[in-house]
Design a protein around this ligand. Structure first.
Ligand SMILES: Cc1cc2nc3c(=O)[nH]c(=O)nc-3n(C[C@H](O)[C@H](O)[C@H](O)COP(=O)(O)O)c2cc1C
Length: 218
């Protein structure tokens, strides 16, 4: 499969068959992440691979619990919005329980060129926040490594779904990782999850904007 095929074949997959990935296949996918570009070659990522169902369930319990806390508070203010939020959980987050592999993508901050330089002579300049949080090169790095994993998965015959919808429970998940001695490095935070498995049924992506809408030729 060439890259153009992989790019056009890629669709978010939320229903998976029982087929497992071999350790070699998972390693190949992780290696694709390792080779991704990153600002200043910072490689500000770490990957936690979940394949055991009981551990994935433990994560789900944490997410459900936090979700329920938010839901209850929302319900007091806006019942309709709270109910919509409730439905979201199963379809857009907990479906990962049916994927054989779930990768938690941990990230650290990365401060781009210009940051330390400005900090030296103009530490209160709002450009510091602008550089780090608005342009957010740290997350650009993370995006690159996730997309590499996605494309590698497709070549191996697997589908994926990139998830950030559980990030409201990120703090609790980080505590769980540390408590259960899976991963404990306070410099890292959870940035996203990637569910991987064989697609159960072909999925249609939602419409994409036309090129004319998103491109300006200068
Ligand atoms: C940063 C990011 C976060 C996403 N988070 C979720 C998510 O939490 N749950 C989910 O089901 N899909 C998630 N998606 C998948 C998008 O919904 C999907 O990419 C989009 O609807 C376009 O569909 P396609 O991927 O099939 O082209 C996410 C995608 C990205 C890039």
């Amino acid at each position: 499969m060439n890259i153009s095929e992989a790019i056009s074949k890629r669709k978010s997959i939320r229903k998976f068959t029982d087929k497992n990935l071999s350790k070699e296949e998972i390693t190949k996918i992780l290696n694709a992440a390792r080779l991704a570009p990153s600002g200043k070659n910072s490689q500000n990522w770490h990957f936690i691979v979940f394949t055991e169902q009981n551990k994935k369930e433990e994560l789900a319990e944490i997410i459900k619990s936090k979700h329920n806390t938010i839901y209850k508070e929302m319900y007091k203010i806006d019942e309709k919005k709270a109910e919509r939020f409730k439905k979201f959980l199963k379809h857009f987050t907990l479906f990962y329980l049916n994927s054989p592999v779930l990768i938690l993508v941990m990230a650290t901050d990365y401060f781009p060129t210009g940051y330390y330089e400005y900090k030296l002579f103009d530490p209160n300049n709002p450009i510091l926040d602008d550089l780090v949080y608005k342009r957010n090169p740290a997350m650009q790095n993370i995006g690159a490594c996730i997309e590499n994993m996605i494309l590698q998965s497709i070549e191996l015959g697997f589908g994926t779904c990139w998830l950030t919808s559980a990030n409201y429970a990120a703090k609790e998940i980080e505590e769980y990782l540390s408590f259960s001695e899976i991963f404990d490095d306070k410099n890292y935070f959870m940035s996203a999850m990637l569910a991987i498995g064989e697609a159960k049924e072909p999925n249609n992506s939602p419409n994409k904007k036309k090129l004319e809408e998103i491109v300006t030729w200068a």
